[in-house]
Design a binder for this molecule. Structure first.
Ligand SMILES: [Zn+2]
Length: 189
């Protein structure tokens, strides 16, 4: 697998203030998905990712539980926080770009998250956020300026290989063009 290009000019723009001169538009299609996933209940009955040490709703320790998994409707995995302050509930896949509705994934149920601004460096279909079970992934859709992951407490941003999905953890910042979003969750470290 190719190493990220440290010499690329893109990383320099990450130091600029957030690019916020353009409004964010999203199609209003937020009927909850009833996808079933395997999870465990905390002592207070909240449904959780079997991998988390603490309940993501009440914070109680999951250590003493038997960890017998059951199938249940997946709760939102958190939110996407955009650089302009807008938040989007992570209970479905998203396509991010200037013309995200043209991505075929939208016809299959992904939500278009449109970012505008001719100088934003954002491609028409820039990246996709996908949810599988309790896992959130980002895939760059062959964008012109690329997508860079900045995991929390990691000094080395990672440029994504186009078309290769990468798992992100809560707190990870996803930079695309001059814009960015962050995966926020109760499970933030
Ligand atoms: Zn709980």
């Amino acid at each position: 697998m190719r190493q990220p290009d440290r010499s690329a000019p893109f990383e320099a723009v990450l130091l600029l203030p957030a690019y916020t001169d353009a409004p964010t538009v999203i199609a209003t299609r937020d009927e909850p998905t009833q996808l079933l996933v395997e999870g465990v209940h905390c002592a207070n009955g909240h449904f959780n990712d079997p991998a988390v040490p603490y309940c993501q709703l009440c914070g109680i320790s999951m250590a003493q539980l038997t960890h017998v998994t059951v199938l249940g409707p997946r709760p939102p995995l958190g939110v996407l926080l955009l650089d302009d302050g807008a938040t989007f509930r992570l209970d479905a896949d998203y396509v991010v770009g200037r013309e995200p509705h043209r991505d075929p994934a939208v016809a299959r149920g992904a939500r278009p998250l449109r970012v505008t601004g001719s100088a934003s460096g954002v491609s028409r279909q820039h990246l996709r956020i996908t949810l599988t079970g309790w896992t959130v992934r980002v895939v760059d859709l062959g964008s012109a300026n690329g997508t860079v992951l900045e995991p929390p407490r990691d000094p080395h941003p990672r440029r994504l290989e186009p078309g290769v999905p990468a798992e992100i953890t809560p707190g990870t910042r996803v930079a695309f063009g001059l814009r960015w979003l962050r995966y926020e969750s109760h499970r933030n470290p």
